[in-house]
Design a protein around this ligand. Structure first.
Ligand SMILES: [Zn+2]
Ligand SMILES: [Zn+2]
Ligand SMILES: [Zn+2]
Length: 251
């Protein structure tokens, strides 16, 4: 829902710490190649336009989707300026199920444009295994988000895995030797479709990444106090992610 959450005046929603301002979850992968910064975004959230302005994305090379829930797709229409500037259809990578929902939710994108208007132009790339973007391999990591199958993605020694409650052993095998692991940790209270902090901590202990970053955080978790709590648990390298967090990825 984002933090502040509409209508809420709890301590986190009214916090003055900029780390407690949370837009909907998404990551940007950037790589300089041939003198040009190439960009791939994972999910187009309802905050996508604002996030792209904030991150200064002048060029977008592809969109990769984790799944088709509203908080991950509703900014999709805002890829139009990149269609226009780059004079190209946007490559979209997603599971068959996510593509099906995109076709329903954004039906107009897949119908002919009314004359003189501009609708998003896309090429669809169904994900059935690892694929290449930014000159490197994106490995899909299947996970269970309640009844919904989602994809996390591993790129080099980084993995991004939002929106899941259970991770099959076959996916855990794809997450060895990580420098940075970004993973779902919604809140302390258990949720049928998301990991709690306790479950996320257990998974981090099991997989042993060098650093872990919790994401998809609800307003239940204050940034500074939760990080202090994790440090007190002997996990100084496990922290809440925050809007604007940046790091280098070892390929
Ligand atoms: Zn709140
Ligand atoms: Zn979801
Ligand atoms: Zn979500």
């Amino acid at each position: 829902m984002g933090v502040p959450t509409l209508g809420c005046h709890c301590a986190v929603c009214s916090s003055s710490d900029p780390h407690d301002k949370r837009t909907r979850p998404s990551i940007l992968l950037s790589r300089m190649r041939d003198g040009i910064v190439h960009n791939v975004v994972v999910d187009t959230t309802p905050d996508f336009r604002f996030q792209a302005l904030r991150a200064g994305i002048d060029r977008l090379d592809a969109v990769v989707f984790t799944h088709a829930h509203a908080d991950h797709i509703l900014g999709f229409d805002d890829i139009r300026p990149y269609n226009m500037r780059q004079k190209m259809a946007m490559p979209v990578y997603a599971s068959d199920a996510t593509i099906e929902t995109l076709r329903r939710t954004f039906a107009y994108v897949f119908e002919p444009a009314p004359p003189g208007t501009l609708i998003p132009e896309v090429t669809l790339h169904p994900i059935h295994g690892p694929f290449e973007l930014l000159g490197t391999t994106f490995t899909p990591i299947p996970a269970e988000h309640g009844p919904v199958q989602v994809f996390g993605f591993r790129v080099g020694h980084m993995a991004y895995l939002t929106d899941f409650g259970r991770l099959p052993d076959s996916s855990k095998a794809l997450l060895a030797d990580l420098d940075d692991f970004i993973l779902d940790a919604l809140r302390d209270e258990p949720h049928p479709m998301h990991q709690s902090v306790e479950q996320a901590v257990a998974l981090v202990r099991e997989l042993g990444p060098r650093r872990a970053w919790f994401t998809h955080i609800a307003h239940d978790l204050p940034h500074a106090a939760t990080n202090a709590r994790l440090a007190a648990m002997g996990l100084p390298n496990v922290q809440l992610a925050y809007d604007g967090l940046r790091f280098e990825v070892r390929l």
